[in-house]
Design a protein around this ligand. Structure first.
Ligand SMILES: [Mg+2]
Length: 294
């Protein structure tokens, strides 16, 4: 294969995974080189690796995205409910002394807390901007540019049919799940034209049917994930599961760990894939059983 392909796994853990994302013009994307990709394999076919890592380590980090990973994506994100069975399973896992469990999401931390309601679970909101320690502080300029971009997005994009702007406080999201392809394409062009000149302060993450506009001070899931792991004993193995482009920086940051993309994507830098949030739950159940046997 001679075409341009994304880097798969790149040897050592990157110190600053976000530094490897491309911000030209402003959308943070998968890094591309001429190295041929290896497509992710199905997780359950690689179970031996999971079993070995979980069994051998005194503690393992389980890091989970929320939308599209723990719960199915809904057209209206505010209607997402976490099933009781999922909550019970997360609660058991989070209280397991062999596991450190965190949800790392683009949603606000308070939103995650309300929806999931599992006190033992660590929650990281807004792509790493909101943690249970210190939240990311924005410069005055970033705040000003974010407000300017959001006002312009409301004026120019919000009225397009099926488009929706969500205010997230430290960032804003442009949802296009309800829009026709041509409308979404026009909105994307409009957003890039608008944010491009502000790239010194702002960046855009591409999620599942959403563009997230964030100040550059917000680290992204890769850096947020490494930050969590730094607080755990050195050498703690990690399992990270996520479903979209915003999770790719975490897959890159954890390139020697067990990384799992929900939904097969040949370009993903995750090592494994599962097909759906239902398979994520099946994995959590299997992990629980494995821990009992360890
Ligand atoms: Mg997701």
């Amino acid at each position: 294969m001679n075409g341009t392909q994304p880097v798969k796994r790149m040897g050592a853990v990157a110190v600053d995974p976000e530094a490897t994302t491309v911000r030209a013009p402003v959308i943070a994307r998968t890094v591309r080189t001429k190295i041929p990709a290896t497509a992710p394999g199905h997780l359950f076919e690689g179970w031996d690796e999971v079993r070995t890592r979980v069994t051998d380590a005194p503690l393992c980090a389980l890091l989970l995205d929320f939308d599209g990973t723990l719960v199915k994506i809904r057209r209206r994100p505010w209607e997402v409910r976490v099933p009781q069975e999922t909550k019970r399973r997360l609660d058991r896992l989070a209280r397991n002394p062999k596991l450190f469990v965190a949800v790392v999401s683009g949603r606000r931390r308070q939103d995650l807390q309300t929806r999931i309601g599992v006190p033992a679970l660590r929650l990281v909101g807004l792509h790493g901007a909101e943690t249970d320690g210190r939240n990311t502080k924005l410069s005055r300029e970033s705040k000003k540019m974010l407000a300017l971009a959001q006002r312009t997005a409301i004026q120019r994009i919000a009225a397009m049919p099926g488009m929706r702007i969500e205010d997230k406080g430290l960032s804003f999201a442009v949802h296009y799940r309800g829009a026709a392809r041509q409308v979404a394409s026009a909105a994307r062009a409009c957003l890039l034209e608008m944010v491009g000149p502000l790239r010194q302060w702002l960046k855009v993450f591409e999620g599942a049917m959403v563009w997230e506009v964030l100040p550059n001070e917000i680290p992204g899931k890769g850096a947020a994930t490494l930050d969590l792991l730094r607080k755990l004993p050195r050498g703690t193995p990690a399992i990270y599961i996520g479903d979209d482009g915003t999770d790719e920086s975490a897959f890159r940051a954890l390139n020697d760990q067990i990384t799992i993309r929900v939904g097969f994507s040949p370009e993903s830098q995750a090592k494994y894939y599962v097909r759906s949030p239902d398979e994520v739950l099946a994995f959590l159940s299997r992990l629980e059983t494995q821990l009992k046997q360890a």
